[in-house]
Ligand binder design. Structure first.
Ligand code: ADP
Ligand code: MG
Length: 461
């Protein structure tokens, strides 16, 4: 049967009955029927974002009601509405192009030619695993969505690669768009920003460039450290920043280092970056890594046994992207070979990822980290004392010495008051057993290993 506009109105009616009013008004009301061709019903959403949102959340219901009402199965395809053509360069009357702090003209008058947001569906707050290393960043990212343009302006997130900066920035976009689908947000990588600026200069589109960036509710620039050495772009960004800031529009920035450590960044920008909130992402602790691996495995529908999750979390510690890479690699491998993922398979498949540069860990570092953690004295560990509060850290030291150094059992014993190798052996076995039973002990030990590895980084030797 030919599916018509009339059918579509009925589908809309049905949808309005089953959805709450706000959701319907925000997403469905303006979803238009375009045509029925072959077996396909073509619909048009207001923009790319809306299209993706509808596809990810409402497609099944739409599908169901189309079929119910017209009595046939169709494929549903949704396309974003074409933007009205941009006035050609020079056609925008100079007098109406906003300058300085003038109020922007109504948005519809000068449609932007720039693509709508390109966001990763998985980079949401819900998919972000929180732990001590990222809690503050996460909290500020959430908070900024509730307080645009005020307390957290600008919001500056920084941390080394692979720890979730882009993920959090996009989560902010998703959350804002969820609240208000037509909010004017520009999210861009710094690279794109620079390239757009350069081509705007070369091709004479500076007015449009400025228009795009100066009249938004929220400007988000990822990896701002790429502005280093780009003096002209810095200058341009400085003015954009000032304009947005004084109009109380929200600015959100990420970088691989804190503001003052970005090389060749103008001081006046550095100081502005610090006006709002600066939050740092750090490498996740062992426990958070376990949670991340589990989450990624769920999202990617990979079944990983506990010991494999543990193996990944133990061996990949500095970069969440690599944790995720490990999950994907295992999933790919098991699909290819048709085998379940076991620890043996994991060790084989992840060999390359896991072979991090070998760091030198020595016994005195171990003693120092362990005594610091347990708040005990080294002389106590070397004494004959056997109380739990002394025996446990001593055993932990021996365990770590065995796993992380090349010392023999006797040598290890030598560092702890001349204990013999069977005592050392016994201590190590005891810790291994306890770790299986006691999550806290395990977490403690892996956190200590993380710290030891950091101390042992080649540049510090
Ligand atoms: P960055 O921009 O800091 O280099 P990304 O945001 O690209 O890092 O993160 C790299 C990968 O790690 C992404 O796939 C992201 O989803 C994931 N990731 C990082 N931190 C977390 C976290 N806390 N929870 C879940 N996934 C995370
Ligand atoms: Mg990034």
């Amino acid at each position: 049967m030919v599916f018509t506009e009339t059918h579509w109105s009925k589908v809309l009616e049905k949808l309005s009955e089953i959805m709450d009013e706000k959701t319907y008004d925000t997403w469905i009301k303006d979803l238009n029927f375009v045509e029925h061709r072959e077996n396909e019903i073509v619909l048009e959403a207001v923009n790319e974002f809306s299209k993706r949102w509808i596809e990810s959340r409402f497609l099944q219901s739409i599908d169901k009601y189309c079929q119910e009402i017209a009595g046939e199965e169709y494929d549903i395809s949704i396309q974003p509405r074409e933007l009205a053509p941009l006035p050609q360069n020079g056609e925008v009357p100079a007098a109406t192009v906003p300058q300085g702090n003038d109020a922007p003209p109504p948005r519809t008058k000068y449609p932007t030619k720039y693509p709508t947001l390109q966001l990763n569906d998985l980079y949401t707050f819900e998919n972000f695993v929180i732990g001590p290393s990222n809690q503050f960043c996460y909290a500020t990212a959430m908070a900024v969505t509730e307080n645009l343009g005020t307390t957290y302006n600008p919001l500056f997130l920084h941390g080394p690669v692979g720890l979730g900066k882009t993920h959090l920035l996009q989560a902010i976009c998703w959350r804002l768009l969820e609240k208000k689908a037509d909010m004017s947000i520009v999210y861009t990588s710094c690279d794109d920003f620079i390239n757009q600026f350069i081509s705007a200069i070369q091709q004479g589109g500076l007015q449009q460039f400025r228009y795009k960036y100066r009249y938004v509710d929220v400007l988000i620039i990822d990896d701002i450290h790429y502005l280093a050495q780009k003096e002209r772009t810095q200058e341009e960004f400085f003015h954009i920043f000032n304009n947005l800031y004084s109009a109380q529009k929200q600015i959100i920035i990420s970088s691989d280092s804190p503001p003052k450590e970005i090389p060749a960044m103008e001081e006046r920008l550095v100081s502005r970056f610090k006006w709002g909130v600066v939050a740092e992402l750090e490498p996740p602790s062992y426990e958070t890594r376990v949670a991340i691996v589990n989450k990624k495995a769920r999202l990617r529908e990979a079944e990983l046994p506990h010991d494999v999750v543990d193996y990944i979390a133990q061996n990949i510690s500095q970069n969440v992207r690599e944790l995720e890479g490990a999950v994907l690699k295992l999933k790919g491998y098991s699909a290819l070979i048709g085998e379940r993922i076991t620890i043996k398979v994991a060790k084989k498949v992840l060999k390359d990822l896991v072979q991090a540069p070998k760091v030198q860990i020595n016994i005195s570092d171990i003693q120092e980290e362990v005594t610091k953690h347990y708040q005990v004295k080294l002389s106590d560990l070397q004494s004959k004392k056997r109380s739990q509060s002394i025996a446990v850290p001593r055993q932990v030291c021996m365990y770590l010495a065995r796993k992380q150094t090349d010392l023999s059992l006797d040598e290890i014993g030598g560092y702890f008051g001349g204990r013999d190798h069977s005592t050392v052996m016994h201590s190590i076995e005891k810790i291994e057993k306890e770790m299986d039973k006691d999550g806290i002990l395990k977490t403690t030990i892996y956190d200590i290993i993380d710290r030891l590895k950091q101390r042992g980084q080649p540049n510090q030797q």
